[in-house]
Design a protein around this ligand. Structure first.
Ligand SMILES: Nc1ncnc2c1ncn2[C@@H]1O[C@H](COP(=O)(O)OP(=O)(O)OP(=O)(O)O)[C@@H](O)[C@H]1O
Ligand SMILES: [Mg+2]
Length: 281
C-alpha cells in the first residue's frame, strides 16, 4: 500500500497574491518499513507536502493517491477516513490539546472515528503507555503538565487512532537536547515495533543522519532529491540544496583535510567514535 503523488501542484491563493507552494511533485511512499526525512529551507513546501497526504489540502492539479483513496476526491467520497490513516502530528502539537484531562484528550481521536468509549479508552491507554505517560498524569489537566509531556500527549492522541503511517512536522522543535533524543528514540521504537512508515520533517541534519534512511529534499516547492541519505550527503549538487552536513560528517571531513585521516562516512556519533578508535589501534 502506497501514498503516490503524481505531478502535484498546490497554490495558496490569497486576496492579492498566489504562492505556488508545490510544483510538479511526484513521489511514492510505502506504508511499511520506511523512515523518511523531508528537508529543505524554510518555505520550501514541507508542511504543504504532508498536509496533502491526509486531505487537509487538496491538489490544484495532479493527483495524490493515499492507499487507493484519490485526491482530489470523487463526488461524495469521505476524506475524513484519511485523517485516521495518515496520522499527522503538527508543529507544536501541544497547542491542539483542549480536553479536561490528558486521557480524554488522547481518546478524542478514536472516539471521533466512531469507536465505542471502551475501545477508545483501551486504545488511548495503549498509546499513552507507548509515549511514556502512565498513572496519575493521565487524570491531570493537559495544561498542567510539562511542555514535553504535553507534546507526548498530543502524539499519543494521533497514535491512538492507529494510523498506517505517522507524519511528524518538526516534532523536536523547541525541546531540550535530552527531550529531543527521547522523542526521536520513541519514534525509532514505534517504527521498529510496528514497521509503520515514519515521515519526519526536520531542519536538524544530525537527526536525518542518525534516524532516516531515505531523504526527500524540497527547494522552492520542487523535489530536488529523493533517495538514500548516504547518497544525499555525497551528492555533487548537495551545496545547491542549502542544507548543512550532519556533525559526524563535518568532523570527518575536517579530520581528513587537517589530519589526513581517511574519510569514511559515519552517520551517528557512536559510529564516528568507534571508527576513530579503530583508526588509533
Ligand atoms: N496558509 C498559507 N497561506 C498562504 N501561503 C502559505 C500558507 N502556508 C504556507 N504558505 C506559503 O507556501 C510556501 C510553502 O510553505 P510551507 O509551510 O509548506 O513551507 P515549509 O517548508 O513547511 O517551511 P518551514 O520550514 O518554515 O516550516 C511558503 O512560501 C509559504 O509562505
Ligand atoms: Mg513547515
Amino acid at each position: 500500500m502506497e501514498i503516490r503523488f503524481k505531478k502535484v501542484n498546490f497554490k495558496y491563493k490569497g486576496l492579492s497574491d498566489i504562492t505556488h507552494a508545490l510544483k510538479e511533485v511526484s513521489l511514492t511512499i510505502n506504508h511499511k518499513n520506511e523512515f523518511i526525512a523531508v528537508v529543505g529551507q524554510t518555505g520550501s513546501g514541507k508542511s504543504t507536502l504532508v498536509q496533502l497526504m491526509n486531505g487537509l489540502l487538496i491538489p490544484d492539479s495532479g493527483t495524490v493517491d493515499v492507499f487507493g483513496f484519490k485526491l482530489p476526491p470523487k463526488r461524495r467520497q469521505k476524506i475524513n477516513q484519511l485523517r485516521q490513516e495518515v496520522g499527522l502530528v503538527f508543529q507544536f502539537p501541544e497547542y491542539q490539546l483542549f480536553e479536561e484531562t490528558v486521557i480524554k484528550d488522547i481518546m478524542f481521536g478514536p472516539k471521533n472515528f466512531k469507536k465505542t468509549a471502551k475501545d477508545a479508552e483501551t486504545r488511548a491507554l495503549e498509546a499513552a503507555k507507548m509515549v511514556g505517560l502512565e498513572g496519575d498524569i493521565l487524570k491531570s489537566s493537559p495544561f498542567k503538565i510539562s511542555g514535553g509531556q504535553m507534546r507526548r500527549a498530543a502524539i499519543a492522541g494521533i497514535l491512538a487512532m492507529d494510523p498506517r503511517v505517522l507524519v511528524l512536522d518538526e516534532p523536536t522543535r523547541g525541546l531540550d537536547p535530552q527531550g529531543r533524543t527521547e522523542m526521536m528514540e520513541l519514534f525509532r521504537e514505534i517504527h521498529e515495533n510496528t514497521k509503520k512508515t515514519i515521515i519526519l520533517i526536520t531542519h536538524d541534519m544530525d537527526l536525518v543522519s542518525e534516524y532516516a534512511r531515505r531523504v526527500i529534499v524540497l527547494k522552492d516547492g520542487e523535489v530536488v532529491f529523493d533517495g538514500k541519505k548516504e547518497e544525499l550527503f555525497e551528492d555533487p549538487n548537495f551545496k545547491s540544496y542549502h542544507l548543512s552536513l550532519p556533525t559526524p560528517l563535518k568532523i570527518l571531513k575536517y579530520l581528513e583535510e587537517e589530519c589526513g585521516i581517511i574519510y569514511k562516512p559515519q552517520y551517528t556519533y557512536d559510529d564516528l567514535i568507534k571508527y576513530l578508535k579503530e583508526g588509533k589501534k
